[in-house]
Design a protein around this ligand. Structure first.
Ligand code: ADP
Ligand code: TRP
Length: 327
């Protein structure tokens, strides 16, 4: 049985890319035999957040999203990063065995600075805190997107440096790219990769008129329905593939390929798309609304998650403190 850990940025409304690339595989893993810890990375968010109310709300929204989309919080531990302050002390211990050069080579940091961002110390030491997150719970596997792999490798380096100096304290983690991640990226409404920062995303819980408006933004050309088309080259089908059963999908593709009278137009396909999204996420949307109306229950779940996670972090920190001479 492995320990799986991942951190989720409280950065606003989760979109279809986040769902297929991260949330769904996280929820699926939590239903298996492994012990899963998922936390809301609110300490990390402070490298940029200056709005306390927005941070609180976005953090809670991550919890609502995961719970609504089926995370079993009795099995998995769902908690706020900042409810386990032991990670900050572990981060300090790791910082003291980490060369400046390692952090200076971080792609994510370099990219942000190259874009003109004036970095604070928190942003520079972000990978140290992330390593502490990972090492604090004796994690074996860390599911992350491609852009975070280097950070997990840095955690391996920091664990090795600490262990080389003070003996075997930290377990070596491995990054894990979910299968979906290796396959096609979820496209955005404009055909680029779906991302909050491109403004081409679709909120998982969108519904009704707003959902139809968003689906209508999926880019198409101006060919009439009768013209036979190759569905493999149509952006709309890259979305439909995520939602429809294979038999129904094959039928739509065949009708589009054949063209002629009675072939479905873009409007028709978009209508089916919006319905499919409502069907897939409707029950989760209702669960989300129930949880939204019961903040005490969400607080209870997060507190319970933190309590269980903390037992692990306290044990690891104790090992680390003894090893380096603090006790
Ligand atoms: P964004 O690009 O919207 O800021 P993040 O970088 O915060 O998204 O990604 C959070 C998680 O969602 C990561 O695991 C990432 O790999 C996954 N993810 C984000 N966008 C997509 C996408 N378009 N397709 C598949 N997975 C995605
Ligand atoms: N840096 C991750 C991201 O931007 C979030 C994160 C923080 C994380 N700590 C972590 C992910 C530890 C995995 C493990 O998505």
């Amino acid at each position: 049985m492995k320990t799986v850990l991942s951190g989720i940025q409280p950065s606003g409304r989760p979109h279809l890319g986040n769902y297929f690339g991260a949330i769904r595989p996280h929820v699926a893993m939590a239903a298996g035999a492994d012990t899963c810890l998922y936390f809301i990375a609110d300490y990390h968010a402070l490298t940029t957040s200056r709005d306390p109310a927005a941070l609180r709300e976005a953090s809670r929204d991550v919890a609502l999203t995961y719970l609504a989309l089926g995370l079993d919080a009795d099995r998995a531990m769902l908690f706020r990063q900042s409810d386990v302050p032991e990670v900050l002390e572990i981060a300090w211990l790791l910082a003291c065995v980490t060369g400046m050069g390692l952090l200076e080579r971080a792609h994510s940091y370099k990219d942000k600075v190259a874009k003109g961002l004036v970095p604070n110390v928190g942003l520079f030491t972000y990978p140290v805190l992330m390593a502490a997150d990972i090492l604090a719970y004796d994690s074996d596997l860390v599911p992350v997107g491609k852009d975070q792999i280097q950070h997990v490798e840095m955690a391996q380096d920091m664990a090795a440096s600490f262990n080389a100096a003070f003996g075997p304290v930290f377990r070596r983690p491995e990054p894990l790219m979910p299968r979906e991640e290796l396959q096609a990226k979820v496209p955005g409404l404009d055909g680029e990769k779906m991302s909050k920062s491109y403004g081409n995303d679709l909120w998982v819980f969108e519904s009704g008129k707003k959902l139809r408006q968003a689906v209508n933004r999926i880019v198409t050309d101006s060919e009439p329905p009768e013209t036979p088309k190759d569905p493999e080259k149509m952006l709309l089908f890259r979305f439909l593939e995520l939602f429809l059963e294979p038999a129904e999908l094959a039928e739509w593709k065949e009708r589009v390929r054949r063209g002629g009278p009675g072939a479905p137009g873009y409007g028709h396909l978009k209508q089916r798309m919006a319905e499919a999204i409502e069907t897939r996420f409707g029950p989760a949307r209702l669960r989300r609304e129930e949880l939204l109306a019961d903040p005490a229950e969400v607080d209870r779940i997060l507190a319970h998650g933190a309590e269980r996670a903390r037992v692990r972090a306290v044990a690891v920190l104790d090992r680390a403190r003894r090893a380096c001479g603090l006790r």
